[in-house]
Design a protein around this ligand. Structure first.
Ligand code: ADP
Ligand code: MG
Length: 424
């Protein structure tokens, strides 16, 4: 069958994007050009589409002479490898005619549930992405006994990849087990801390110890792929980037929150300057966007880490780079703090002191379990503790920048954290 190239001329950006990302269509200009395509099933295509300034990954079909994004995930997983496309199946896929439903949560890519058993996450753009490599490292570490068998992530099932001109494999889609009824931390942790704050007998500490242990196992698995060292030149760049983010936050945040941030800028700068005094620190593959929104809790109480796409604040190519383990640790410590702020903000009539006093206890449970996990694996030195505080400050600057750009009301969170961290 003819490839979908000619039909692309009649497509609009909205035809090519997932329903939830239609708002981005205005920013995507044609002409659309077919970079490559794989025929999947009867009439389906896995297309790589060049636009004026990006390259989209579009599973779809030709409808009324126009190429349109459509559910062809099952057909894609049943295709043999061809040309530059590779379908790496770790398990047999669900039946060919398996129903495909969208996952109905806020998301940056397009995840679908296949046959009620796999979640397949289609990347929106063709770009370097660390997810497949990270998931493969964790699988290998389980298989080789480097970490215990208890799973850390929904079990990986398949990767769909495409080889670019330089021979690198870029991830188009990742399939993992679907966890029915799972909630992410924005739901389960907020509820838990709210119940705890209302005086209910909820165990609001041990989940965070489990997550600390999981973080240790994740980092031990990544370290098995290699440990590098950042030298003074790399640390200079890390320091400079953190200062630039502080400057961005100072410039962007106005009102009383901006005032409180400005009052603290001397101390914040001093915290970041600690990065300047280091000349060597270990770096490994990391999760890169490690927070409670990435920790699923199944109805049976199993915790699982998702979303290995790396840091959303870095350029795609930089998401592949090794980084200090403390980046993930600061991310999770900040997130624990954020959950308590959200509970206090969203729960009318609640005494805020209970959630506030929970923060350091939950953080300590997480960090202690993390350190023990590293110790047990003989990897104590993976965590450079000196980086935690500067990275915490940098994370709150990122939260401010994010709030200004994407979620205005969120600024109460970094404001509350930094105001408490640096009392005047
Ligand atoms: P994004 O890159 O868009 O943040 P995620 O991979 O974090 O995508 O997934 C977004 C949400 O989809 C998660 O927060 C969770 O609610 C749900 N989800 C992701 N993976 C699974 C899974 N394997 N089983 C059930 N729900 C999942
Ligand atoms: Mg996510």
């Amino acid at each position: 069958m003819a490839d979908p190239g000619p039909a692309l001329a009649h497509s609009s950006a909205a035809n090519l994007l997932p329903r939830r990302q239609r708002a981005l269509a205005a920013a995507i200009q044609g002409p659309f050009r077919l970079v490559d395509a794989l025929a999947v099933g009867s009439g389906g295509w896995l297309a790589i589409v060049g636009t004026a300034d990006q390259t989209l990954i579009v599973p779809g079909r030709v409808t009324d002479g126009c190429f349109v994004r459509s559910p062809v995930t099952s057909a894609a997983l049943h295709s043999p490898d061809a040309g530059r496309f590779r379908i790496d199946l770790l398990s047999p896929p669900p039946a060919r005619a398996a129903p495909e439903q969208p996952i109905d949560v806020d998301q940056t890519n397009e995840s679908v549930i296949l046959a009620g058993s796999w979640v397949v996450k289609w990347q929106l753009n063709l770009a370097p992405n660390p997810a497949a490599r990270r998931l493969r490292s964790i699988t290998t570490a389980h298989e080789t006994g480097v970490i215990p068998p208890q799973r850390l992530t929904p079990t990986p099932r398949a990767f769909i990849e495409w080889q670019d001109d330089s021979g690198d494999w870029l991830t188009l889609a990742t399939a993992v087990d679907y966890i029915p009824g799972a909630e992410d931390g924005w739901d389960w942790a907020v509820r838990l801390v709210r119940e705890h704050s209302q005086g209910q007998m909820a165990d609001a500490i041990s989940p965070f110890a489990r997550i600390g242990q999981m973080a240790a196992h994740m980092h031990v698995a990544f370290a098995a792929e290699g440990i590098d060292f950042a030298g003074s030149n790399d640390l200079f760049h890390i320091h400079r980037a953190a200062l630039a983010e502080l400057d961005d936050a100072l410039r962007l945040v106005d009102g009383p929150e901006g005032h409180r941030l400005h009052q603290r800028q001397g101390e914040l700068r001093r915290e970041l300057d600690a990065l300047q005094e280091l000349d060597r620190t270990p770096v490994i593959d990391i999760h890169g966007d490690f927070h409670l929104g990435q920790i699923l809790r199944s109805p049976s109480g199993e915790y699982l880490i998702v979303d290995f796409d790396g840091s959303p604040v870095l350029a795609p190519a930089d998401r592949l780079h090794r980084a200090p383990a403390a980046r993930d640790i600061a991310g999770m410590l900040a997130s624990i703090d954020h959950i308590a702020r959200v509970v206090n903000y969203r729960t009318a009539g609640l005494d805020p002191t209970r959630a506030l006093s929970w923060i350091p206890r939950a953080q300590a449970a997480f960090l202690d379990a993390y350190r023990s996990g590293l110790d047990e694996a003989g990897q104590h030195d993976l965590l450079d503790e000196r980086l935690i505080r500067p990275f915490l400050v940098q994370q709150e600057c990122r939260e401010f920048i994010y709030s200004v750009r994407h979620l205005p009301h969120w600024r109460y969170v970094p404001d509350a954290v930094l105001t408490d961290m640096f009392p005047i």
